[in-house]
Write a protein that binds this ligand. Structure first.
Ligand SMILES: [Zn+2]
Length: 320
């Protein structure tokens, strides 16, 4: 019986956090009884057959065990906190974050799906801002802007640049952006041999996985140049092609105001906007674009958020 309370208290915190609510640290006796029924039907490994009977002397037991209950609440909160996506962890005020104690074993529960609002689930206000050809030193300044504005983008990286700037690739990953494959050294794939297409995809996927531990679901052919062989080879690797419906032509005019204006005025819900993070005027346009899209009621997100289950081998020019 005495082994039950920490399990119940821990579960109480997990349930409350999963529901998006903070809970008082001490559950009342009635709540505990209800929770016990819930716990008894769960797969909590601490419960053993025979411990599911009603609590007979709950109030004195709680008084004697309040310290252990506090510890259990801490453990449960830490466990739930550790399973939150990084963006949500960042959103928890520092004073409410759990103490991290490596000496306390944490029961691993499969991470719960975040529960976004219905509008977010449909992503019907989303726009995918995409940057090609990095990572490059200027990418870091871009990441600073997206972090400050709490927005996300997609970075179609070139394999040889990944090997040159692996720490920037990891920062892209750590800050919640989508990473896509943009070949190893930027050839025109529609004019490449079959073996070369496969090699360009594989070498880049390998570099991304080696340095960031990520398997990209997205691929963008350089110059937007592809044929059936390219989409087949990408599909065979579980990847979809991301083209675009808004071309800022940033590489051509290298004009910050113009890049921002083209992106914001042409983007609509579901758009994919093409830019290149190797150009300084493009990096300088990021804040203007994020603000401008938000001003139109649109939300800049990564492709992984806008298109959650892309069809492998399919060519997307927008979210449809
Ligand atoms: Zn490119």
């Amino acid at each position: 019986m005495k082994r039950l309370l920490p399990a119940v208290a821990s579960l109480c915190v997990s349930v409350a956090v999963a529901a998006g609510a903070m809970t008082a640290p001490h559950a009342g006796a009635a709540d505990l009884t209800k929770l016990q029924l819930f716990a008894g039907s769960s797969m909590n490994p601490i419960l053993t057959p025979g411990t599911g009977s009603p609590i007979d002397d709950t109030s004195s037991f709680i008084a004697a065990s309040s310290k252990r209950a506090d510890q259990a609440v801490q453990d449960g909160w830490r466990q739930a906190y550790n399973q939150l996506p990084p963006q949500l962890r960042d959103a928890v005020p520092p004073q409410l974050r759990p103490k991290q104690d490596d000496s306390v074993p944490v029961t691993v529960i499969p991470p719960a799906e975040p529960s976004p609002s219905p509008a977010q689930q449909r992503c019907d206000d989303c726009v995918a801002i995409t940057y090609d050809d990095g990572p490059a030193p200027g990418t870091e300044r871009l990441l600073d802007v997206f972090k400050r504005k709490k927005a996300h983008a997609t970075f179609f990286v070139v394999g040889q640049n990944v090997n040159a700037y692996p720490h920037i690739l990891r920062r892209i990953r750590d800050e919640g952006h989508t990473i896509g494959n943009h070949t190893f050294d930027h050839p025109d794939l529609a004019h490449a041999g079959d073996g070369a297409i496969a090699q360009q995809l594989d070498n880049t996927n390998d570099a991304i996985e080696k340095h960031a531990g990520v398997k990209p679901r997205w691929m963008r052919p350089p110059y937007g140049s592809y044929d059936g062989r390219v989409s087949r080879e990408a599909g065979a690797r579980g990847q979809s092609l991301a083209i675009w419906d808004v071309d800022t032509m940033d590489w051509s005019h290298r004009d910050t105001a113009r890049t921002c204006s083209i992106a914001v005025s042409n983007a609509q819900a579901g758009s994919i906007v093409l830019m290149h993070d190797i150009h300084e005027p493009t990096v300088n346009a990021a804040e203007c674009i994020i603000d401008g899209l938000r001003g139109k009621g649109l939300r800049p997100v990564g492709l992984d958020e806008m298109i959650k289950r892309p069809d492998a081998g399919h060519v997307y020019t927008n979210a449809e």
